[in-house]
Design a protein. Structure first.
Length: 239
């Protein structure tokens, strides 16, 4: 049996095992959340990166002291769900509408000279609307079903068939929605030239781009926790 190499592991598997590796992928522009199912070797080939160099950098960050608060893969499923809701869902609920309003404002003020912000405002409006429905689905349907099934398994009771069906159906839907939102955020990054602030703009424009970058950073961690840790654990409860 052939031994696996670092290039055989997917990006998601690597980051799920040790979140410290995320900064290596961020440095090289490698998507570790929505694109987490791609093998490291394949992404290095696609981006013309040296696999040995990336593997060495990954090994180096894993020698750094580990923060126990970042050992997400070791967290119990209900605790992980509560963390995601209280940290990332709370961030989205507090910021989405404000960022959307900022985007619309700079589109009105600067759209004539910077037409890209008109498109950015339209994209973010859809993101905000889609995320509201996505969070509602997770908090009211998917997460409660996962918690009930997990609680039954812990005490050795029979799990509810309807909950198992809900989990399986939700996983397909939520994965697809993550990909759509990820694509939309990548388009904003492209349109904004990596959030480069033009010289002729106001403070609101600068604040908007900073908030968009903050939104993307939070989304990367949020989707990573769900796609690469929570969803596989939830799937394991019904398989």
């Amino acid at each position: 049996m052939q031994e696996s190499t670092p290039g055989d592991k997917t990006i998601g598997e690597i980051v799920a095992a040790d979140f410290r590796t995320a900064k290596v992928f961020e440095k090289h522009g490698i998507d570790f959340c929505c694109g987490g199912k791609v093998a490291l070797g394949k992404i290095c080939t696609e981006k013309d990166l040296d696999l040995a160099t990336i593997a060495s950098e990954l090994e180096a960050v894993q020698d750094e002291p580990i923060d126990r608060s970042q050992n997400y893969a070791a967290w119990a499923l209900p605790f992980l769900i509560d963390y995601i809701v209280n940290t990332h869902h709370a961030y989205l609920k507090e910021n989405d509408e404000q960022i959307a309003a900022y985007c619309r404002k700079i589109a009105d003020v600067h759209g004539a000279h910077h037409p890209e912000v008109i498109r950015i405002a339209a994209i973010f409006d859809k993101i905000a609307s889609d995320m509201a429905a996505h969070l509602k689905e997770e908090e009211e349907v998917f997460f409660p079903a996962v918690k009930r099934v997990k609680a039954s398994l812990i005490v050795g009771a029979t799990t509810d068939a309807k909950d198992r069906e809900t989990i399986q159906e939700s996983l397909l839907k939520l994965h697809r929605e993550h990909e759509e939102i990820g694509d939309a955020v990548h388009e904003i990054r492209h349109l904004s030239r990596n959030y480069e602030i033009p010289a002729d703009v106001c403070n609101t424009f600068m604040l908007t781009y900073r908030k968009l970058k903050e939104f993307e950073d939070d989304l990367h961690k949020h989707v990573h926790l769900e796609n690469n840790i929570l969803f596989p654990k939830a799937a394991a409860t019904v398989n």
